[in-house]
Design a protein around this ligand. Sequence first.
Ligand code: SF4
Length: 246
Amino acid sequence: MNLFDPIVKATEIGQLVIKDNERKYYRIPRPGRWYGGIATADCCGCNLKCVFCWSNKPRDNPEKIGTFYSPEQVFKKIIDCARDHNYRLLRISGNEPTIAKKHLLKVLSLNDKTKYLFILETNGTLLNEEFVMDLCKFRNFHIRVSLKGTNPEEFSMLTGAIPQAFDTILGNLELLIECKIRFNLAVMLSFSPEKNVVMLKQRLKKISESILEDFEEEYIFLYPHVVNRLKKTGIKPLIAYTSGRR
Ligand code: SF4
């Protein structure tokens, strides 16, 4: 398999899903029970290719699906949805929100004037210094970084990306800590032997013990298309949920 650099991939995917300051979405808004109730806008396009990804066409063929929305349109749809359902949380999910940085920052700026908390779900690959400095300007948000695997080799096997990107993500976590940005780390552990989890926790402890205080374990859901993806790669999970919804 040809491994790719997720930063280069983000630029390529961005050309398909960003037009001026608009971004492509395939489902908006989506009310849901996650986090106790949250209004979601599901975007198209990701810079990783996880073997367990639940997103199908919006990830693999973002040029063939979805509609472009401005930040103002996206924000209005999710905040109206939150008001209708009495939620306190908003998010962009479905694929990777940080691919369209300017678009995302505008949504965050619109939300900063409200009482709603924005949950920024990300794979963490694009949280570089410049972007983190921009994020520092906002207050009403929390970042949930979802790390795919426990070490560079697992990460690369699961995502198709170069193993070095794993260390980049851990470096990005240090930036978030330095800038005092609220975040928690979720780690995909379905494919990880216990000894790898222990070693990851030792690494994280050296960055900051606070990461371990809010360490979230993630396990895959065996949706039919996820089972098909896994079959094609021959990669087998050690632990998985057989039902459930994201
Ligand atoms: S980072 Fe998320 S959206 Fe992207 S491929 Fe992985 S699971 Fe799918």
